[in-house]
Design a protein around this ligand. Structure first.
Ligand code: ADP
Ligand code: MG
Length: 397
């Protein structure tokens, strides 16, 4: 990787402005999972150990560019202090970088305290527009900028990209891991390289399919996404989720795959129901046998065997999107078997996408996957081959 990380700079007697992802789930002001806070600790600790002070910033939820008490980062400051076992100063300023924050930061720098958290960056409308003076005001608090928020890396906001106009930017440890692990997939991948795609909509994944066609040997398509491709091949999909306006595009993508000599495999059989519910009263149909009142819910046994066979000898695997409505017990089998085939192969495997990652974790295969990416949109854009602005803005080595 050609970007600088926190290991490439000295923090001795410096203050690092660190963009973290503290977009934690909250219920009535109580944090229901502190995973994202825990995940930020190694980077914070490394900077402290190197003799630096840390000023953290993050967004939380979707306040509308103005202060909104339900999205205050105060509970996060308390939780962070508990986990770090250190006092954490909270700069409680509704303008984030206002006069009040300036004074708190000034006093913090002169004190023995080592860690400070600013208020929610989205209390300022300039944050998501990456405009105005907000980035400059944030940057004024630090000597170096550290970006450790992968989940927003596909966005050019004031607090992750704007600040780099004023400060040298380096990657934090979480970002470094994401970039390194995801890059491995496209950087001289071992072959066969197999991509598994699923999920609800083709339209979410067009860019991913296009980019993968140029890189992989085989693409396996399941989930509701497959029905638009099957429709393009002339099959009647009944009441299944089909994106009618994407049928032509699906046909073009399959032609592109053929030209590129990429094996493009669709389901051979499908589990169907007549109502969208978790029921054991489902039918198993060949792709040419769906009834008019039926909808696809999961891939069938033949398809599972076909996909498992391809995955068995794979040396690199990228997986995004479940094979069926895995939230329903009776339609989780396809997703389960694909996850299990990936876990059992000795491939370098990367899973991206919120639902796919949740499925892997639910099934207990976490430790047998090389990397489970934490980004939603950021991971998808990476797989589309787009350079993420939050990474591009960092200094080169
Ligand atoms: P990810 O978050 O991993 O990127 P997506 O958000 O694209 O995945 O898709 C996940 C959703 O797709 C799940 O909620 C799942 O229920 C749905 N899905 C998968 N197969 C089907 C299907 N056959 N019919 C309806 N929904 C489906
Ligand atoms: Mg999803």
């Amino acid at each position: 990787m050609n970007k600088k990380t926190i290991r490439d700079v000295s923090f001795q007697n410096k203050t690092a402005l660190v963009r973290v992802d503290y977009n934690v789930p909250l219920e009535n002001g109580v944090i229901t999972s502190d995973k994202r806070i825990t995940a930020s600790l190694p980077t914070i600790q490394a900077i402290l150990d190197d003799g630096g002070k840390v000023i953290l910033c993050s967004h939380l939820g979707r306040p509308k560019g103005e202060a909104d008490p339900q999205f205050s980062l105060k509970p996060v400051a308390d939780k962070l202090s508990e986990l770090l076992k250190l006092p954490v100063v909270f700069a409680d300023d509704d303008r984030v970088t206002g006069q009040k924050a300036d004074e708190i930061v000034k006093a913090f720098k002169q004190s023995e305290n080592k860690v400070l958290l600013l208020q929610n960056t989205r209390f300022r409308a300039e944050e998501t527009k990456n405009a105005g003076d907000f980035a400059k005001e944030l940057a004024a608090y630090g000597d170096v900028f550290v970006n450790d928020a992968f989940g927003t890396a596909h966005r050019a906001h004031s607090s992750n990209v704007g600040v780099c106009a004023y400060l040298e930017g380096v990657l934090g440890l979480l970002m470094e891991k994401e970039v390194t692990m995801l890059s491995k997939v496209f950087d001289n991948p071992r072959r066969p390289f197999v991509a598994v795609l699923g999920g609800a909509k083709v339209s979410d994944k067009i860019g991913v399919v296009k980019n993968l066609i140029e890189k992989v040997d085989t693409i396996l398509v399941g989930g509701a996404m497959a029905y638009t491709f099957l429709k393009a091949q002339g099959y009647a999909m009944g009441k299944s989720l089909v994106e009618e306006d994407k049928v032509d595009l699906a046909r073009e993508l399959m032609e592109e795959a053929k030209k590129a000599n990429v094996k493009f495999l669709l389901p051979l059989d499908i589990k169907t129901t007549t109502v969208f519910e978790d029921t054991k009263e489902f039918a198993l149909r060949k792709v040419d046998g769906l009834r008019e009142n039926e909808m696809g819910m999961d891939i069938g046994e033949e398809t599972i065997a076909l996909f498992a066979e391809e995955l068995k000898d794979a040396k690199t695997v990228v997986w995004n999107g479940p094979m069926g409505v895995f939230e329903f017990e009776h339609f989780a089998e396809g997703t389960f078997q694909v996850a299990s085939a990936i876990a059992e192969s000795d491939a370098y495997s990367v899973v991206g996408g919120g639902d796919s990652a949740a499925a892997v974790k639910k099934l207990g295969f976490e430790n047998r996957i090389s990397h489970i990416s934490t980004g939603g949109g950021a991971t998808l854009e990476f797989l589309e081959g787009i350079e993420l602005p939050g990474i591009a803005a960092m200094s080169e080595k």
